[in-house]
Write a protein of this length. Structure first.
Length: 294
């Protein structure tokens, strides 16, 4: 049985840990609020941009061939893995790694490992895949000051690599934010462009003569790169909100577990102290009886 000093030391250690997890939970909650507001504002913009692009493409007499929409035989693949810079977020980062492995197994099982490269956004992904090899670029700075400009660098690298034929397909793997306790792993094809049908509405079906300035082709060619960058930026914002939600949940559970452990340790401490007192009393009584008998 552990001594009273050892149990007291463990109680102090667990209490200190509980205070830290409580503080981390509060910090994560504050950051989550801002991150959640950002992704809520971004979602309608990204959806509307995709709808405009789909409407323009659907009303075009002849398909406008974009350099980002050319489908080629898949021989080399770039996977964009979006993780966090820090840990202590439960299975947040490991789920991304599992999602990447699942994508490779399901979509690219026939390709050699050397044909698959990783564009890691976030320090955890960069460190993990650097050990394995095949990392493209260094984007560990993205979450230090998260903005569209920092994410655009990663998007342009992926777009340029696809356009010049270095990669035949680009896929994103990230955590989609649902709520504080729920994050869903998403695997989405970024390039080549996947044709989407615009929602059929009364305004969409109406026979309207649109006037385009500049030409429809120029508008589409401008919107496509912007849409691709927005897609990646949205994925990073989703991941950022998911990270804080996952960390908040993990720290909440850690705080509860520390509380349960403290109850157990205090019970052990009281039992150990009672046992020590009982032993001392027995020794005193035994000594007194021995003196009386002598």
């Amino acid at each position: 049985m552990a001594s009273l000093k050892e149990v007291r030391s463990r109680i102090q250690s667990v209490s200190s840990t509980q205070q830290i997890t409580k503080a981390m939970k509060m910090v994560a909650a504050a950051k989550l609020r801002r991150a959640q507001d950002n992704i809520i504002r971004m979602r309608p913009y990204a959806q509307r941009l995709n709808t405009i692009l789909a409407n323009l493409t659907r009303t075009t007499d002849n398909d406008i061939v974009s350099e980002y929409g050319v489908a080629r035989e898949v021989r080399r693949v770039l996977i964009i893995a979006v993780t966090s810079d820090r840990g202590l977020a439960g299975a947040f980062n490991s789920n991304v790694f599992k999602g990447v492995n699942a994508a490779i197994a399901e979509r690219y099982a026939n390709l050699p490992a050397t044909s698959i490269s990783i564009l890691a956004i976030g320090k955890k992904a960069h460190d993990y895949y650097t050990r394995k090899g095949g990392v493209v670029g260094n984007f560990t700075h993205v979450f230090a000051k998260l903005s569209f400009e920092t994410v655009r660098e990663a998007a342009e690298l992926a777009m340029d690599s696809f356009r010049n034929g270095q990669y035949d397909e680009v896929v994103m793997v990230y955590n989609e934010f649902r709520n504080v306790a729920t994050q869903i792993i998403r695997t989405e094809q970024l390039l080549p462009l996947v044709k989407t049908e615009a929602p059929v509405t009364a305004s969409a079906t109406a026979n309207v003569d649109y006037v385009f300035e500049p030409s429809k082709e120029e508008i589409i060619q401008t919107l496509i790169p912007q849409s691709l960058k927005i897609q990646l930026y949205k994925a990073v914002l989703e991941s950022n909100a998911s990270e804080h939600g996952a960390r908040m949940t993990a720290m909440d559970k850690a705080t509860d577990n520390a509380g349960e452990l403290l109850k157990s340790l205090k019970l052990t401490y009281n039992r150990t102290r009672q046992a020590a007192i009982t032993t001392e009393i027995l020794e005193i009584v035994g000594g007194a009886e021995a003196l009386a008998a002598g």
